[in-house]
Design a protein around this ligand. Structure first.
Ligand code: HEC
Length: 393
Protein backbone atom coordinates (compact mmCIF):
# COMPACT_ATOMS: atom_id res chain seq x y z
CA UNK A 1 0.00 0.00 0.00
CA UNK A 2 2.81 2.39 0.87
CA UNK A 3 4.53 1.74 -2.43
CA UNK A 4 1.24 2.22 -4.26
CA UNK A 5 0.53 5.56 -2.58
CA UNK A 6 4.13 6.57 -3.22
CA UNK A 7 3.57 5.92 -6.91
CA UNK A 8 0.48 8.13 -6.87
CA UNK A 9 2.36 10.90 -5.10
CA UNK A 10 5.07 10.57 -7.74
CA UNK A 11 2.48 10.77 -10.53
CA UNK A 12 0.66 13.77 -9.06
CA UNK A 13 3.93 15.65 -8.54
CA UNK A 14 5.06 14.80 -12.07
CA UNK A 15 1.75 15.87 -13.55
CA UNK A 16 1.83 19.21 -11.75
CA UNK A 17 5.52 19.65 -12.57
CA UNK A 18 4.81 19.22 -16.27
CA UNK A 19 1.79 21.53 -16.27
CA UNK A 20 3.40 24.40 -14.35
CA UNK A 21 6.65 23.87 -16.26
CA UNK A 22 4.80 24.23 -19.55
CA UNK A 23 3.20 27.40 -18.15
CA UNK A 24 6.58 28.81 -17.11
CA UNK A 25 8.37 27.99 -20.33
CA UNK A 26 5.37 29.17 -22.32
CA UNK A 27 5.56 32.62 -20.70
CA UNK A 28 9.32 32.66 -21.28
CA UNK A 29 8.83 32.01 -24.99
CA UNK A 30 5.92 34.42 -25.19
CA UNK A 31 7.59 37.38 -23.53
CA UNK A 32 10.86 36.94 -25.43
CA UNK A 33 8.90 36.93 -28.68
CA UNK A 34 6.78 39.86 -27.51
CA UNK A 35 9.90 41.89 -26.74
CA UNK A 36 11.25 41.23 -30.19
CA UNK A 37 8.04 42.09 -32.01
CA UNK A 38 7.43 45.42 -30.29
CA UNK A 39 7.62 48.29 -32.72
CA UNK A 40 7.45 52.03 -32.46
CA UNK A 41 4.25 53.37 -33.90
CA UNK A 42 3.08 56.82 -34.88
CA UNK A 43 0.86 57.28 -31.88
CA UNK A 44 2.07 55.87 -28.58
CA UNK A 45 1.38 56.81 -24.98
CA UNK A 46 4.15 58.76 -23.22
CA UNK A 47 6.93 56.56 -21.85
CA UNK A 48 6.09 53.63 -24.13
CA UNK A 49 8.99 51.82 -25.77
CA UNK A 50 6.95 50.01 -28.40
CA UNK A 51 3.69 48.24 -29.01
CA UNK A 52 2.56 45.00 -30.59
CA UNK A 53 -0.64 43.86 -32.22
CA UNK A 54 -1.46 40.21 -31.76
CA UNK A 55 -4.22 37.86 -32.75
CA UNK A 56 -5.09 34.82 -30.66
CA UNK A 57 -8.19 32.73 -30.11
CA UNK A 58 -10.35 35.00 -32.25
CA UNK A 59 -9.38 38.24 -30.49
CA UNK A 60 -7.13 41.22 -31.33
CA UNK A 61 -4.71 42.28 -28.60
CA UNK A 62 -2.79 45.51 -28.31
CA UNK A 63 0.18 45.36 -25.94
CA UNK A 64 2.44 48.26 -24.99
CA UNK A 65 5.76 47.96 -23.20
CA UNK A 66 7.04 50.87 -21.15
CA UNK A 67 10.68 51.87 -21.41
CA UNK A 68 10.88 51.70 -17.60
CA UNK A 69 7.42 51.81 -16.03
CA UNK A 70 4.09 53.60 -16.42
CA UNK A 71 3.74 56.92 -14.52
CA UNK A 72 1.39 55.34 -11.98
CA UNK A 73 1.06 51.85 -10.68
CA UNK A 74 -1.81 50.27 -12.65
CA UNK A 75 -4.54 48.38 -10.82
CA UNK A 76 -4.75 44.62 -11.24
CA UNK A 77 -1.10 44.20 -12.22
CA UNK A 78 -0.43 40.55 -13.09
CA UNK A 79 2.85 39.09 -11.88
CA UNK A 80 4.33 36.01 -13.54
CA UNK A 81 6.07 34.08 -10.82
CA UNK A 82 4.09 31.15 -9.47
CA UNK A 83 4.71 29.10 -12.63
CA UNK A 84 8.42 29.27 -11.87
CA UNK A 85 8.12 28.69 -8.10
CA UNK A 86 5.78 25.74 -8.50
CA UNK A 87 7.94 24.17 -11.19
CA UNK A 88 10.86 24.20 -8.79
CA UNK A 89 8.85 23.05 -5.77
CA UNK A 90 7.24 20.13 -7.64
CA UNK A 91 10.59 19.29 -9.26
CA UNK A 92 12.24 19.16 -5.87
CA UNK A 93 9.34 17.06 -4.58
CA UNK A 94 9.93 14.62 -7.42
CA UNK A 95 13.63 14.55 -6.63
CA UNK A 96 12.71 13.52 -3.07
CA UNK A 97 10.16 10.84 -3.91
CA UNK A 98 12.07 9.38 -6.84
CA UNK A 99 15.78 9.88 -6.13
CA UNK A 100 16.18 10.54 -2.39
CA UNK A 101 13.68 7.97 -1.14
CA UNK A 102 15.05 5.32 -3.51
CA UNK A 103 18.62 6.56 -3.57
CA UNK A 104 20.22 3.14 -3.85
CA UNK A 105 18.09 2.26 -6.89
CA UNK A 106 18.18 5.55 -8.80
CA UNK A 107 20.92 7.83 -7.49
CA UNK A 108 23.79 5.61 -6.46
CA UNK A 109 25.86 3.27 -8.60
CA UNK A 110 28.41 1.47 -6.42
CA UNK A 111 30.64 1.01 -9.49
CA UNK A 112 30.88 4.82 -9.80
CA UNK A 113 31.06 5.70 -6.10
CA UNK A 114 29.92 3.57 -3.18
CA UNK A 115 27.83 6.10 -1.29
CA UNK A 116 25.37 5.71 1.53
CA UNK A 117 21.96 7.20 0.68
CA UNK A 118 22.43 10.06 3.18
CA UNK A 119 25.79 10.89 1.63
CA UNK A 120 24.31 10.96 -1.88
CA UNK A 121 21.48 13.22 -0.69
CA UNK A 122 23.91 15.56 1.08
CA UNK A 123 26.05 15.79 -2.06
CA UNK A 124 22.94 16.43 -4.13
CA UNK A 125 21.75 19.32 -1.94
CA UNK A 126 25.22 20.78 -1.38
CA UNK A 127 26.17 20.69 -5.04
CA UNK A 128 22.97 22.34 -6.23
CA UNK A 129 23.47 25.12 -3.64
CA UNK A 130 27.15 25.53 -4.53
CA UNK A 131 26.43 25.50 -8.28
CA UNK A 132 23.91 28.28 -7.89
CA UNK A 133 26.30 30.31 -5.71
CA UNK A 134 29.00 30.07 -8.41
CA UNK A 135 26.54 31.14 -11.11
CA UNK A 136 25.43 34.12 -9.03
CA UNK A 137 29.05 35.13 -8.36
CA UNK A 138 29.87 35.01 -12.07
CA UNK A 139 26.81 37.11 -12.97
CA UNK A 140 27.67 39.74 -10.37
CA UNK A 141 31.34 39.91 -11.31
CA UNK A 142 32.72 41.98 -14.19
CA UNK A 143 32.14 38.98 -16.46
CA UNK A 144 28.42 39.69 -16.00
CA UNK A 145 28.79 42.82 -18.13
CA UNK A 146 30.15 40.90 -21.08
CA UNK A 147 27.38 38.75 -22.56
CA UNK A 148 29.49 36.35 -24.70
CA UNK A 149 31.95 35.80 -21.80
CA UNK A 150 29.08 35.23 -19.39
CA UNK A 151 27.44 32.72 -21.74
CA UNK A 152 30.75 30.88 -22.03
CA UNK A 153 31.21 30.77 -18.23
CA UNK A 154 27.65 29.50 -17.60
CA UNK A 155 28.21 26.87 -20.30
CA UNK A 156 31.51 25.83 -18.66
CA UNK A 157 29.84 25.69 -15.22
CA UNK A 158 27.10 23.33 -16.41
CA UNK A 159 29.53 21.10 -18.33
CA UNK A 160 31.85 20.98 -15.31
CA UNK A 161 28.90 20.03 -13.09
CA UNK A 162 28.07 17.16 -15.46
CA UNK A 163 31.67 15.98 -15.33
CA UNK A 164 31.58 15.91 -11.52
CA UNK A 165 28.10 14.40 -11.30
CA UNK A 166 29.01 11.53 -13.61
CA UNK A 167 31.92 10.72 -11.28
CA UNK A 168 29.63 10.62 -8.24
CA UNK A 169 26.13 9.44 -9.18
CA UNK A 170 24.58 6.77 -11.39
CA UNK A 171 24.22 7.84 -15.04
CA UNK A 172 20.58 8.76 -14.72
CA UNK A 173 21.18 10.42 -11.34
CA UNK A 174 23.98 12.50 -12.87
CA UNK A 175 21.92 13.74 -15.81
CA UNK A 176 18.90 14.55 -13.71
CA UNK A 177 21.19 16.56 -11.41
CA UNK A 178 22.54 18.59 -14.32
CA UNK A 179 18.88 19.34 -15.06
CA UNK A 180 18.11 20.08 -11.40
CA UNK A 181 21.05 22.49 -11.07
CA UNK A 182 20.10 24.30 -14.29
CA UNK A 183 16.44 24.41 -13.25
CA UNK A 184 17.42 25.75 -9.83
CA UNK A 185 19.50 28.51 -11.42
CA UNK A 186 16.47 29.42 -13.53
CA UNK A 187 13.99 29.36 -10.65
CA UNK A 188 16.23 31.31 -8.27
CA UNK A 189 16.75 33.88 -11.03
CA UNK A 190 13.01 34.49 -10.84
CA UNK A 191 12.74 34.26 -7.05
CA UNK A 192 15.85 36.15 -5.96
CA UNK A 193 16.53 38.57 -8.81
CA UNK A 194 13.71 39.19 -11.27
CA UNK A 195 10.77 39.44 -8.86
CA UNK A 196 12.62 41.40 -6.09
CA UNK A 197 13.83 43.87 -8.73
CA UNK A 198 10.29 44.27 -9.99
CA UNK A 199 9.15 44.82 -6.40
CA UNK A 200 11.74 47.57 -5.98
CA UNK A 201 10.45 49.27 -9.12
CA UNK A 202 6.87 49.03 -7.91
CA UNK A 203 7.87 50.48 -4.51
CA UNK A 204 9.59 53.41 -6.25
CA UNK A 205 6.45 54.04 -8.29
CA UNK A 206 4.33 53.99 -5.14
CA UNK A 207 6.64 56.55 -3.57
CA UNK A 208 6.12 58.76 -6.60
CA UNK A 209 9.73 58.29 -7.74
CA UNK A 210 10.90 57.33 -11.21
CA UNK A 211 11.80 53.62 -11.08
CA UNK A 212 15.44 52.81 -11.67
CA UNK A 213 15.84 51.30 -15.15
CA UNK A 214 18.85 49.25 -13.94
CA UNK A 215 16.58 46.93 -11.97
CA UNK A 216 14.63 46.17 -15.12
CA UNK A 217 17.82 45.60 -17.13
CA UNK A 218 19.22 43.10 -14.61
CA UNK A 219 15.89 41.26 -14.55
CA UNK A 220 15.88 41.12 -18.34
CA UNK A 221 19.41 39.68 -18.41
CA UNK A 222 18.42 36.83 -16.07
CA UNK A 223 15.19 36.27 -17.92
CA UNK A 224 17.19 35.91 -21.16
CA UNK A 225 19.51 33.36 -19.49
CA UNK A 226 16.45 31.39 -18.49
CA UNK A 227 15.13 31.51 -22.04
CA UNK A 228 18.33 30.06 -23.51
CA UNK A 229 18.41 27.31 -20.88
CA UNK A 230 14.84 26.11 -21.46
CA UNK A 231 15.53 23.62 -24.25
CA UNK A 232 18.58 21.95 -22.65
CA UNK A 233 16.88 21.69 -19.25
CA UNK A 234 13.86 19.89 -20.72
CA UNK A 235 16.09 17.36 -22.42
CA UNK A 236 18.00 16.75 -19.17
CA UNK A 237 14.72 16.10 -17.36
CA UNK A 238 13.62 13.41 -19.82
CA UNK A 239 17.13 11.94 -20.20
CA UNK A 240 16.64 9.19 -17.54
CA UNK A 241 14.45 7.40 -20.08
CA UNK A 242 17.29 7.24 -22.61
CA UNK A 243 20.23 5.19 -21.31
CA UNK A 244 22.29 5.84 -24.46
CA UNK A 245 22.64 9.46 -23.29
CA UNK A 246 24.01 8.88 -19.83
CA UNK A 247 25.78 5.56 -20.24
CA UNK A 248 28.42 7.09 -22.52
CA UNK A 249 31.85 7.06 -20.91
CA UNK A 250 32.23 10.80 -21.61
CA UNK A 251 28.66 11.74 -20.82
CA UNK A 252 29.73 15.35 -20.08
CA UNK A 253 30.46 15.69 -23.79
CA UNK A 254 26.86 14.78 -24.56
CA UNK A 255 25.71 17.43 -22.05
CA UNK A 256 27.94 20.01 -23.79
CA UNK A 257 26.50 19.12 -27.21
CA UNK A 258 22.94 19.30 -25.89
CA UNK A 259 23.62 22.72 -24.37
CA UNK A 260 25.09 24.01 -27.62
CA UNK A 261 22.32 22.69 -29.82
CA UNK A 262 19.48 23.61 -27.42
CA UNK A 263 20.72 27.17 -26.86
CA UNK A 264 21.36 27.71 -30.58
CA UNK A 265 17.93 26.41 -31.58
CA UNK A 266 16.46 28.83 -29.04
CA UNK A 267 18.61 31.63 -30.45
CA UNK A 268 17.50 30.81 -33.98
CA UNK A 269 13.83 30.87 -32.98
CA UNK A 270 14.27 34.14 -31.09
CA UNK A 271 15.82 35.81 -34.12
CA UNK A 272 13.02 34.48 -36.33
CA UNK A 273 10.54 36.04 -33.89
CA UNK A 274 12.50 39.28 -34.06
CA UNK A 275 12.10 39.28 -37.84
CA UNK A 276 15.87 39.57 -38.36
CA UNK A 277 17.44 38.98 -41.71
CA UNK A 278 18.25 35.28 -42.11
CA UNK A 279 21.85 36.06 -43.05
CA UNK A 280 22.52 37.43 -39.54
CA UNK A 281 21.46 34.32 -37.61
CA UNK A 282 21.28 31.50 -40.18
CA UNK A 283 24.67 30.20 -38.96
CA UNK A 284 22.98 28.95 -35.77
CA UNK A 285 21.03 26.25 -37.64
CA UNK A 286 23.98 24.29 -39.12
CA UNK A 287 25.96 24.51 -35.88
CA UNK A 288 22.98 23.25 -33.85
CA UNK A 289 22.54 20.45 -36.38
CA UNK A 290 26.24 19.54 -36.26
CA UNK A 291 26.13 19.44 -32.45
CA UNK A 292 23.10 17.15 -32.55
CA UNK A 293 24.65 14.91 -35.20
CA UNK A 294 27.82 14.72 -33.11
CA UNK A 295 25.70 13.68 -30.10
CA UNK A 296 24.03 10.98 -32.22
CA UNK A 297 27.43 9.83 -33.46
CA UNK A 298 29.00 9.68 -29.99
CA UNK A 299 26.06 7.81 -28.47
CA UNK A 300 25.75 5.27 -31.32
CA UNK A 301 26.09 1.71 -30.00
CA UNK A 302 29.63 0.44 -30.29
CA UNK A 303 30.22 -3.11 -31.40
CA UNK A 304 30.92 -4.81 -28.13
CA UNK A 305 33.15 -7.80 -27.67
CA UNK A 306 30.69 -10.41 -26.43
CA UNK A 307 33.34 -13.10 -26.05
CA UNK A 308 32.85 -16.62 -27.28
CA UNK A 309 31.19 -19.82 -26.14
CA UNK A 310 27.59 -20.94 -26.27
CA UNK A 311 25.29 -19.84 -23.45
CA UNK A 312 22.42 -22.15 -22.57
CA UNK A 313 18.89 -21.01 -21.73
CA UNK A 314 19.45 -22.13 -18.16
CA UNK A 315 22.59 -19.99 -17.83
CA UNK A 316 20.80 -16.93 -19.22
CA UNK A 317 17.98 -17.48 -16.76
CA UNK A 318 20.40 -17.84 -13.86
CA UNK A 319 21.88 -14.43 -14.70
CA UNK A 320 18.53 -12.66 -14.90
CA UNK A 321 17.29 -14.42 -11.79
CA UNK A 322 20.25 -13.10 -9.89
CA UNK A 323 20.14 -9.56 -11.26
CA UNK A 324 16.66 -8.74 -12.52
CA UNK A 325 13.77 -10.54 -10.84
CA UNK A 326 13.89 -8.73 -7.51
CA UNK A 327 12.19 -5.97 -9.53
CA UNK A 328 11.06 -7.52 -12.83
CA UNK A 329 8.63 -10.06 -11.39
CA UNK A 330 4.87 -10.19 -11.16
CA UNK A 331 5.41 -9.80 -7.41
CA UNK A 332 8.71 -7.97 -6.94
CA UNK A 333 10.57 -8.52 -3.69
CA UNK A 334 12.46 -5.21 -4.00
CA UNK A 335 11.14 -2.72 -1.44
CA UNK A 336 10.77 0.10 -3.99
CA UNK A 337 8.44 -1.79 -6.33
CA UNK A 338 4.99 -3.24 -6.09
CA UNK A 339 4.59 -4.21 -9.74
CA UNK A 340 7.12 -5.14 -12.40
CA UNK A 341 8.69 -1.88 -13.66
CA UNK A 342 7.25 -0.99 -17.07
CA UNK A 343 5.22 -4.19 -16.75
CA UNK A 344 8.31 -6.12 -17.84
CA UNK A 345 8.65 -9.45 -16.06
CA UNK A 346 11.83 -11.46 -16.61
CA UNK A 347 10.95 -14.68 -14.79
CA UNK A 348 10.84 -17.25 -17.56
CA UNK A 349 12.84 -18.06 -20.67
CA UNK A 350 9.79 -16.99 -22.71
CA UNK A 351 9.96 -13.57 -20.98
CA UNK A 352 13.64 -13.26 -21.86
CA UNK A 353 12.92 -14.06 -25.51
CA UNK A 354 10.05 -11.62 -25.62
CA UNK A 355 12.12 -8.71 -24.25
CA UNK A 356 15.45 -9.81 -25.74
CA UNK A 357 16.03 -6.64 -27.78
CA UNK A 358 15.16 -4.35 -24.88
CA UNK A 359 17.34 -6.34 -22.50
CA UNK A 360 20.23 -6.04 -24.95
CA UNK A 361 19.90 -2.24 -25.07
CA UNK A 362 19.54 -1.83 -21.31
CA UNK A 363 22.00 -4.40 -20.05
CA UNK A 364 24.53 -5.27 -22.76
CA UNK A 365 24.86 -2.08 -24.79
CA UNK A 366 24.56 0.12 -21.73
CA UNK A 367 24.72 -0.42 -17.99
CA UNK A 368 21.29 1.12 -17.42
CA UNK A 369 19.98 -2.13 -15.92
CA UNK A 370 20.06 -3.55 -13.31
CA UNK A 371 19.06 -0.21 -11.87
CA UNK A 372 21.94 1.25 -9.86
CA UNK A 373 23.69 -2.09 -10.38
CA UNK A 374 22.80 -2.91 -6.80
CA UNK A 375 23.34 -6.61 -7.47
CA UNK A 376 26.83 -5.98 -8.87
CA UNK A 377 26.32 -7.49 -12.32
CA UNK A 378 29.73 -8.10 -13.92
CA UNK A 379 30.90 -7.28 -17.45
CA UNK A 380 31.33 -10.99 -18.03
CA UNK A 381 27.69 -11.64 -17.14
CA UNK A 382 26.61 -8.83 -19.48
CA UNK A 383 28.65 -10.34 -22.31
CA UNK A 384 27.18 -13.79 -21.61
CA UNK A 385 23.63 -12.44 -21.67
CA UNK A 386 24.53 -10.65 -24.91
CA UNK A 387 25.78 -13.89 -26.44
CA UNK A 388 22.61 -15.67 -25.49
CA UNK A 389 20.46 -12.87 -26.98
CA UNK A 390 22.56 -12.88 -30.18
CA UNK A 391 21.61 -16.50 -30.78
CA UNK A 392 17.84 -15.88 -30.38
CA UNK A 393 15.70 -15.37 -33.45
C1 HEC B 1 16.15 -2.31 -8.69
C2 HEC B 1 15.12 -2.67 -9.60
C3 HEC B 1 15.49 -3.17 -10.98
C4 HEC B 1 16.34 -4.19 -11.31
C5 HEC B 1 17.15 -5.06 -10.37
C6 HEC B 1 16.31 -4.29 -12.74
N1 HEC B 1 15.44 -3.35 -13.27
FE1 HEC B 1 14.98 -3.11 -15.23
N2 HEC B 1 13.78 -1.54 -14.75
C7 HEC B 1 13.61 -1.04 -13.49
C8 HEC B 1 12.84 0.18 -13.59
C9 HEC B 1 12.41 1.07 -12.43
C10 HEC B 1 12.56 0.40 -14.95
C11 HEC B 1 11.83 1.56 -15.57
C12 HEC B 1 12.88 2.60 -15.91
C13 HEC B 1 12.36 3.87 -16.47
O1 HEC B 1 11.20 4.19 -16.28
O2 HEC B 1 13.18 4.57 -17.09
C14 HEC B 1 13.16 -0.72 -15.66
C15 HEC B 1 13.09 -0.87 -17.01
C16 HEC B 1 13.64 -1.94 -17.68
C17 HEC B 1 13.46 -2.17 -19.09
C18 HEC B 1 12.62 -1.35 -20.04
C19 HEC B 1 13.40 -0.17 -20.52
C20 HEC B 1 12.61 0.71 -21.43
O3 HEC B 1 12.40 1.85 -21.04
O4 HEC B 1 12.20 0.25 -22.47
C21 HEC B 1 14.16 -3.32 -19.39
C22 HEC B 1 14.29 -3.99 -20.73
C23 HEC B 1 14.79 -3.77 -18.16
N3 HEC B 1 14.45 -2.93 -17.15
C24 HEC B 1 15.58 -4.87 -18.07
C25 HEC B 1 16.24 -5.28 -16.92
C26 HEC B 1 17.16 -6.38 -16.85
C27 HEC B 1 17.55 -7.26 -18.03
C28 HEC B 1 17.56 -6.47 -15.57
C29 HEC B 1 18.57 -7.44 -14.98
C30 HEC B 1 19.82 -7.57 -15.67
C31 HEC B 1 16.90 -5.41 -14.83
N4 HEC B 1 16.09 -4.71 -15.69
C32 HEC B 1 17.03 -5.22 -13.47
C33 HEC B 1 14.05 -1.59 -12.31
C34 HEC B 1 14.94 -2.65 -12.22
Amino acid sequence: MEVFLGEWLNLLLRWTHLVVGIGWIGTSFYFMALDYTLSKRERMNPGVLGTAWQLHGGGFYHVEKYTVAPPQLPLGLHWFRFEAYLTWVTGFGLMIVQYYMHASAYLIDPAVMALQPWQAIAISLGSIGAGYAIYETICRSRIGENTPMLALCVFALIVLSSLLYTKIFSGRGAFVHVGALTGTIMAVNVFAIIIPNQKKMVAQLLRGETPDARYGAIGKQRSTHNNYLTLPVILMMVSPHYPFLFSHSHAWLIVALILISGALIRHYLNRVDAGDDWSSFGWAAPIAAIALLAAIFFTAPRARDLGTGAVSDAEALTITQKHCVTCHAAKPTHESFQDAPKDITLETIADLRKYAKLIFVQTVQSNAMPLGNQTGMTEDERAKLGRWIATQK
